[in-house]
Design a protein around this ligand. Structure first.
Ligand code: C2E
Ligand code: CA
Ligand code: CA
Ligand code: CA
Length: 275
């Protein structure tokens, strides 16, 4: 078991057979999870570092398994992707997040993670339109987060999808920035609205001067392209001070709040308290 006591599917023995069995177990369970309403969304605020207010909230998926307890997305998303189950699960996430965000003030948006499998699904735009219509959420309040892996195959297709989604009025965010191969030319080619600096850079901020230089370069690059810069994984006041000084727009991390229930995030938002 993991240190935090959460139940996990991860198999530590090297045997392939055990891994395959675990995978089949997850797949079978995932098929019933949707029908049995075992998924839940938690929300984590993204704080405007200028005003201290909640700018938007990221929806983070949890699986409340009847016998294993809470299962982390890191332990089942990859199986959901390999089996195609990520499509109905992702559609549920999109609808649920839009529906919940309707309860928040007009200026607070919602960010939803998209798997590359969803991103490459030809009916993505239709599903997004449908989620917006059913919930009544204005498109401007929805942001979709993707990682750069969506662009590894077929650049033309990626550009078309980005264009389709942006013409609906929603925003697109490039998640985990800095962990892959992205460069300035990449950012110019794929016009994301928001850039999220991966938390591995934030982790090292207090120790390594190099990391400050990297953050500074990324902020400069993103801003020169008109992007909103988000930093994730902010855990200490020291990190926050550096990130503010470097001109990051929004911050997200345990320093402000862990991911919390829909009810709890409503309270935080409506308190309007600067964080
Ligand atoms: P992500 O999109 O990079 O989400 C941020 C992760 O960092 C979340 O983990 C969040 O709980 C965690 N985090 C936030 N602040 C801090 C901090 O200050 N320190 C540390 N150490 N961690 C922090 P979580 O909720 O376990 O999600 C893990 C990943 O699972 C996400 O990474 C995302 O890639 C994926 N995921 C979550 N929900 C969904 C979903 O609905 N659809 C898809 N396709 N993927 C999802
Ligand atoms: Ca994300
Ligand atoms: Ca991220
Ligand atoms: Ca990540």
């Amino acid at each position: 078991a993991k240190a935090d006591g959460r139940s996990t599917y991860r198999i530590f023995q090297p045997e392939m057979e055990a891994e395959t069995q675990a995978r089949h177990a997850i797949e079978a369970d995932l098929r019933t999870a949707l029908a049995n309403d075992e998924f839940e969304l938690l929300y984590q605020p993204l704080i405007d570092l200028g005003t201290g207010r909640v700018a938007r909230c990221e929806a983070l998926l949890r699986w409340k398994h009847p016998t294993r307890g809470y299962v982390s997305p890191l332990d089942f998303i990859h199986v959901a992707e390999e089996t195609g189950l990520i499509l109905p699960i992702g559609d549920w996430v999109l609808n649920e997040a839009c529906r919940e965000a309707r309860n928040w003030p007009d200026e607070v948006g919602v960010a939803v993670n998209l798997s590359p499998v969803q991103f490459n699904n030809p009916s993505l735009s239709l599903q997004v339109v449908s989620a917006l219509q059913r919930s009544g959420l204005p498109a401007q309040r929805l942001e979709l987060e993707v990682t750069e892996s969506v662009t590894l195959d077929g650049n033309e297709h990626t550009l078309t999808t980005i264009d389709q989604l942006q013409s609906l009025g929603i925003h697109l965010s490039l998640d985990d920035f800095g962990t892959g191969y992205s460069s300035l030319s990449y950012l110019k080619k794929f016009p994301f609205d928001t850039l999220k600096i991966d938390r591995s850079f934030v982790n090292e901020l207090s120790e390594a001067a190099d990391s400050v230089a990297i953050v500074r370069a990324v902020v400069g690059m993103g801003k020169s392209l008109g992007m909103t810069i988000v930093v994730e994984g902010v855990e200490t006041e020291e990190q926050l001070a550096i990130l503010k000084a470097e001109g990051c727009d929004l911050g997200q991390g345990y320093l402000f709040s862990r991911p919390i229930s829909a009810g709890a995030i409503r309270t935080i938002i409506s308190d309007g308290s600067a964080m």
